[in-house]
Ligand binder design. Structure first.
Ligand SMILES: [Zn+2]
Length: 195
Protein backbone atom coordinates (compact mmCIF):
# COMPACT_ATOMS: atom_id res chain seq x y z
CA UNK A 1 0.00 0.00 0.00
CA UNK A 2 1.33 3.43 -0.93
CA UNK A 3 -0.09 6.59 0.61
CA UNK A 4 0.66 10.28 -0.08
CA UNK A 5 -0.87 13.77 0.14
CA UNK A 6 -3.01 15.13 -2.67
CA UNK A 7 -5.78 17.43 -3.80
CA UNK A 8 -6.27 20.36 -1.46
CA UNK A 9 -3.41 19.21 0.77
CA UNK A 10 -0.19 20.21 -1.00
CA UNK A 11 1.97 18.72 1.77
CA UNK A 12 5.19 20.56 2.26
CA UNK A 13 5.95 23.56 0.06
CA UNK A 14 9.64 23.99 -0.70
CA UNK A 15 11.87 26.39 -2.59
CA UNK A 16 10.08 28.62 -5.07
CA UNK A 17 6.68 27.21 -4.08
CA UNK A 18 7.73 23.72 -5.15
CA UNK A 19 4.95 21.44 -3.96
CA UNK A 20 5.63 18.20 -2.18
CA UNK A 21 2.52 16.40 -3.42
CA UNK A 22 3.55 16.26 -7.10
CA UNK A 23 6.93 14.72 -6.32
CA UNK A 24 5.31 12.28 -3.88
CA UNK A 25 2.92 11.09 -6.56
CA UNK A 26 5.66 10.78 -9.21
CA UNK A 27 7.81 8.62 -6.91
CA UNK A 28 4.78 6.61 -5.73
CA UNK A 29 3.67 5.76 -9.28
CA UNK A 30 7.21 4.68 -10.14
CA UNK A 31 7.38 2.58 -6.96
CA UNK A 32 4.07 0.94 -7.86
CA UNK A 33 5.51 -0.07 -11.22
CA UNK A 34 8.73 -1.41 -9.65
CA UNK A 35 6.77 -3.49 -7.13
CA UNK A 36 4.30 -4.83 -9.68
CA UNK A 37 7.19 -5.95 -11.89
CA UNK A 38 8.37 -7.95 -8.87
CA UNK A 39 5.00 -9.64 -8.50
CA UNK A 40 3.58 -7.54 -5.64
CA UNK A 41 -0.01 -6.39 -5.51
CA UNK A 42 -0.05 -2.66 -4.88
CA UNK A 43 -2.92 -0.50 -3.66
CA UNK A 44 -2.57 3.27 -3.82
CA UNK A 45 -4.53 5.71 -1.66
CA UNK A 46 -4.50 7.95 -4.74
CA UNK A 47 -3.21 7.85 -8.31
CA UNK A 48 -4.27 11.36 -9.20
CA UNK A 49 -3.86 14.76 -7.60
CA UNK A 50 -6.83 14.30 -5.36
CA UNK A 51 -7.36 13.91 -1.61
CA UNK A 52 -9.77 11.40 -0.10
CA UNK A 53 -11.86 14.18 1.44
CA UNK A 54 -15.20 15.57 0.18
CA UNK A 55 -14.90 18.94 -1.55
CA UNK A 56 -17.17 20.60 1.02
CA UNK A 57 -15.86 18.90 4.17
CA UNK A 58 -15.40 21.35 7.04
CA UNK A 59 -11.94 19.95 7.87
CA UNK A 60 -10.59 18.51 4.63
CA UNK A 61 -7.22 17.49 6.03
CA UNK A 62 -8.77 15.61 8.97
CA UNK A 63 -11.31 13.87 6.74
CA UNK A 64 -8.59 12.93 4.25
CA UNK A 65 -6.47 11.40 7.03
CA UNK A 66 -9.41 9.56 8.63
CA UNK A 67 -10.45 8.08 5.29
CA UNK A 68 -6.87 7.16 4.52
CA UNK A 69 -6.66 5.17 7.76
CA UNK A 70 -10.10 3.54 7.27
CA UNK A 71 -9.13 2.53 3.72
CA UNK A 72 -5.74 1.27 4.83
CA UNK A 73 -6.99 -0.76 7.77
CA UNK A 74 -9.75 -2.18 5.54
CA UNK A 75 -7.25 -3.34 2.90
CA UNK A 76 -5.05 -4.89 5.59
CA UNK A 77 -1.83 -4.81 3.51
CA UNK A 78 1.42 -6.63 4.37
CA UNK A 79 2.99 -3.20 4.70
CA UNK A 80 2.37 0.44 3.88
CA UNK A 81 4.83 3.11 2.83
CA UNK A 82 3.82 6.74 3.02
CA UNK A 83 5.92 8.80 0.62
CA UNK A 84 6.91 12.37 1.58
CA UNK A 85 9.45 15.11 1.08
CA UNK A 86 11.04 16.79 4.05
CA UNK A 87 11.75 20.42 5.00
CA UNK A 88 13.95 22.21 7.48
CA UNK A 89 14.95 25.76 8.32
CA UNK A 90 18.62 25.03 7.58
CA UNK A 91 19.01 24.66 3.79
CA UNK A 92 22.20 22.61 4.15
CA UNK A 93 20.29 19.71 5.72
CA UNK A 94 19.61 16.94 3.18
CA UNK A 95 19.21 13.21 2.67
CA UNK A 96 16.44 10.62 2.83
CA UNK A 97 15.11 9.51 6.21
CA UNK A 98 12.63 6.79 7.20
CA UNK A 99 10.32 6.97 10.22
CA UNK A 100 8.61 4.05 11.96
CA UNK A 101 6.14 3.65 14.81
CA UNK A 102 8.29 3.35 17.90
CA UNK A 103 6.41 0.35 19.31
CA UNK A 104 6.53 -1.63 16.07
CA UNK A 105 9.38 -4.10 15.71
CA UNK A 106 8.41 -4.89 12.12
CA UNK A 107 8.18 -1.20 11.37
CA UNK A 108 11.71 -0.68 12.62
CA UNK A 109 13.08 -3.56 10.53
CA UNK A 110 11.32 -2.31 7.39
CA UNK A 111 12.51 1.26 8.06
CA UNK A 112 16.10 0.09 8.46
CA UNK A 113 16.03 -1.87 5.18
CA UNK A 114 14.60 1.12 3.35
CA UNK A 115 17.08 3.54 4.91
CA UNK A 116 20.00 1.26 4.07
CA UNK A 117 18.88 0.89 0.48
CA UNK A 118 18.20 4.64 0.03
CA UNK A 119 21.57 5.56 1.54
CA UNK A 120 23.35 3.07 -0.71
CA UNK A 121 21.58 4.11 -3.91
CA UNK A 122 21.30 7.88 -3.44
CA UNK A 123 24.62 8.24 -1.56
CA UNK A 124 23.72 11.39 0.42
CA UNK A 125 26.62 13.50 1.74
CA UNK A 126 25.68 12.81 5.33
CA UNK A 127 23.62 9.60 5.51
CA UNK A 128 20.73 9.81 7.97
CA UNK A 129 19.44 7.11 10.33
CA UNK A 130 15.92 5.75 10.86
CA UNK A 131 13.87 7.43 13.56
CA UNK A 132 11.10 6.10 15.83
CA UNK A 133 8.04 8.26 16.37
CA UNK A 134 4.80 7.87 18.33
CA UNK A 135 2.94 11.06 17.42
CA UNK A 136 2.37 10.99 13.63
CA UNK A 137 -1.28 10.22 12.95
CA UNK A 138 -0.65 7.60 10.27
CA UNK A 139 1.96 5.79 12.37
CA UNK A 140 -0.32 5.74 15.41
CA UNK A 141 -3.52 4.73 13.66
CA UNK A 142 -2.35 2.13 11.18
CA UNK A 143 -3.14 -1.42 12.37
CA UNK A 144 -0.45 -2.90 10.15
CA UNK A 145 3.21 -2.12 9.50
CA UNK A 146 3.56 1.42 8.17
CA UNK A 147 6.62 3.55 7.59
CA UNK A 148 7.00 7.12 6.42
CA UNK A 149 9.69 7.69 3.81
CA UNK A 150 10.96 11.26 3.58
CA UNK A 151 12.80 11.01 0.26
CA UNK A 152 14.72 14.26 0.65
CA UNK A 153 14.59 17.93 1.64
CA UNK A 154 12.81 20.39 -0.65
CA UNK A 155 14.52 23.12 1.37
CA UNK A 156 17.94 21.96 0.15
CA UNK A 157 18.52 23.49 -3.31
CA UNK A 158 20.53 20.59 -4.78
CA UNK A 159 18.21 17.92 -3.43
CA UNK A 160 15.09 19.83 -4.49
CA UNK A 161 16.54 19.94 -8.01
CA UNK A 162 17.28 16.21 -8.00
CA UNK A 163 13.86 15.27 -6.66
CA UNK A 164 12.25 16.86 -9.72
CA UNK A 165 14.34 14.80 -12.14
CA UNK A 166 12.77 11.66 -13.60
CA UNK A 167 15.99 9.70 -13.28
CA UNK A 168 16.44 10.53 -9.60
CA UNK A 169 12.77 9.79 -8.89
CA UNK A 170 13.23 6.40 -10.56
CA UNK A 171 16.38 5.66 -8.53
CA UNK A 172 14.55 6.60 -5.34
CA UNK A 173 11.59 4.36 -6.23
CA UNK A 174 13.90 1.46 -7.04
CA UNK A 175 15.79 1.89 -3.77
CA UNK A 176 12.52 1.77 -1.83
CA UNK A 177 11.48 -1.27 -3.88
CA UNK A 178 14.73 -3.06 -2.99
CA UNK A 179 14.18 -2.45 0.73
CA UNK A 180 10.62 -3.73 0.51
CA UNK A 181 11.73 -6.85 -1.35
CA UNK A 182 14.32 -7.62 1.32
CA UNK A 183 11.76 -7.15 4.10
CA UNK A 184 9.10 -9.33 2.46
CA UNK A 185 11.62 -12.05 1.65
CA UNK A 186 12.87 -12.18 5.21
CA UNK A 187 9.33 -12.09 6.61
CA UNK A 188 8.23 -15.04 4.48
CA UNK A 189 11.33 -17.05 5.40
CA UNK A 190 10.59 -16.47 9.08
CA UNK A 191 7.03 -17.66 8.54
CA UNK A 192 8.29 -20.87 6.92
CA UNK A 193 10.67 -21.46 9.82
CA UNK A 194 7.90 -20.96 12.38
CA UNK A 195 5.37 -23.31 10.74
ZN1 LIG B 1 4.31 15.14 3.56
Amino acid sequence: MISTHGGDDPGMIGLGGLKEKGINLEISLRLKEVLEKNGFTVVMTREKDKGLNDENASNKKAQDMQRRIAFLNGENPVLTVSIHQNSYSDPTVSGPQVFYYENSEDGKVLAEYLQESLNRTLAPGRPRKVKGNTSYYLLRRSKGTLVIVECGFLTNPAEAEHLQEAEYQQKTAEAIGEGIKKYVKEKSQNLVKKS
